[in-house]
Design a protein around this ligand. Structure first.
Ligand code: EPS
Length: 403
């Protein structure tokens, strides 16, 4: 079973990721990791922090001559902003000049954090709950993505809406209707959306969203939105119906929901399916030459907690960023009096980044179940196990049922 841990505070010295359980001989390059880290930093609506950081990774262990060794992989991403926070974030004795933060921001982890951990300074809550940590996750998810590529699995994403601004023609219809080009790959979506400042699929939509973000900025306000992450080439049979915690959809939902500020996740048509007839919701099974496929993909590639072989389609919703320049009401914990919530440097919108993080988390979840089914000690052994299964799948079904 693969797993990863991240460590690091938002304005601490660095973020660290330790990744365990990957097979040997998987090719990993620093450039590949940095390419995906950079994608997470982009997007119209980000705050000044992204002008300070240029996230780059240093591989500390687990890789030799660009190939994994099967041992734990550790990665380091330095925080450039650390230089401005050395005193405020020191692990050594406190300098009493360092200001305590006493006013919690509604919607952030400020108040719950100090309540739970018995802190006397909100800064202690802010640091680890910050979405800065997602840089370390993208590093882990990018290693998972590299693995998936070896199996022909491709992942991409796009932003569907920001602040309630949806496109005229929503690409989701193509996803659920299965009217995608034959050679469509998940990554095709990102290739297109990465060209947009807000990671949407059409120019007119981009313009409308940017206008909406400008309005929000002017008001000192923030916005959230919705996004899709899609994986193609996923084989039939990942995940299981035997236990609540072995279902692939449950695993993916947890992965996506764990991203900072994500408040809803659905697979396939999700909430809309609850409003339809069964005949409008399910995907007819048809023959395509020797293969059993689905006419549509409203299930989003998972039935009974198991991958169907169709693209996995995940939708997520991110709430607006909690730090407001025109704040709502809070309480100063020093005086216990009503005040405006604390203003501090932050993003206005981070939905484009969130979609990139969702790609990484989706990659991680699929890699976890892929290796559970096919994992060997080396990448070569894992691919051999996969080919052995996939190549014989339909012949096996035919044989079992013709007897
Ligand atoms: C964040 C606040 C902002 C964001 C940050 C998440 O950082 P700062 O407080 O330093 O201005 O920019 O996101 C990142 C640093 C990042 O790398 O994504 C928060 O409070 O969650």
């Amino acid at each position: 079973m693969i797993r990863f841990l991240t460590a690091g505070e938002s304005h601490g010295k660095a973020l660290t990721t330790i990744i365990e359980g990957f097979p040997s001989n998987l090719i990993i390059t620093t450039d590949y990791l940095n390419f995906h880290l950079k994608r997470r930093q982009a997007g119209y609506g980000r705050g000044l922090r992204m002008q300070i950081e240029t996230d780059t990774v240093e591989i500390l262990s687990g890789v030799r001559f660009q190939k994994t060794l099967g041992s734990p992989i550790s990665l380091l991403i330095k925080n450039k902003d650390w230089e401005n926070w050395i005193e405020k974030m020191s692990p050594e004795k406190k300098n009493n000049k360092v200001e305590k933060i006493t006013i919690p921001r509604p919607g952030h982890a400020d108040l719950v954090g100090i309540s739970k951990y018995n802190f006397d300074d909100i800064r202690n809550s802010i640091e680890r709950s910050s979405a800065r940590e997602t840089a370390a996750r993208v590093a882990a998810g990018t290693i998972a993505r590299r693995l998936l590529e070896e199996f022909g699995i491709s992942i991409g994403s796009f932003v569907e809406s920001i602040g309630g601004v949806y496109p005229k023609e929503n690409f989701r219809e193509n996803l659920f209707g299965n009217s995608l080009p034959k050679n469509f790959k998940g990554w095709d979506l990102s290739e297109k959306s990465d060209k947009s400042e807000v990671r949407v699929l059409d120019k007119d939509h981009e313009e409308k969203i940017i206008n909406k973000i400008k309005q929000a900025k002017k008001k000192g306000d923030t916005l959230g939105g919705t996004f899709y992450a899609v994986a193609t080439g996923v084989p039939v049979g990942l995940g299981s119906f035997v236990h609540y915690d072995t279902k692939l959809d449950a695993e993916i939902a947890q992965s996506i929901m764990s991203i900072n500020a994500v408040k809803a996740v659905s697979i396939g048509t999700g909430f809309e399916a609850a409003e339809k007839f069964g005949s409008e919701s399910h995907d007819e099974i048809i023959m395509d030459k020797e293969l059993l496929i689905r006419r549509t993909n409203r299930a989003g590639g998972i039935e009974g907690g198991i991958s169907t072989g169709m693209p996995i389609i995940v939708r997520g919703a991110m709430k607006p960023i909690a730090t407001l320049m025109s704040p709502i009401e809070s309480v100063d914990l020093k005086t216990m009096k009503a005040v405006d919530a604390r203003r501090e440097r932050s993003d206005f919108v981070a939905v484009p980044a969130c979609a990139v993080i969702a790609e990484s988390m989706l990659a991680w979840s699929i890699a976890k179940y892929l290796l559970l089914k096919f994992g060997g000690d080396s990448i070569e052994e894992s691919i051999e196990n996969f080919r052995n299964y996939s190549g014989k799948l339909y012949k096996r079904i035919k044989k079992n049922f013709s007897r």
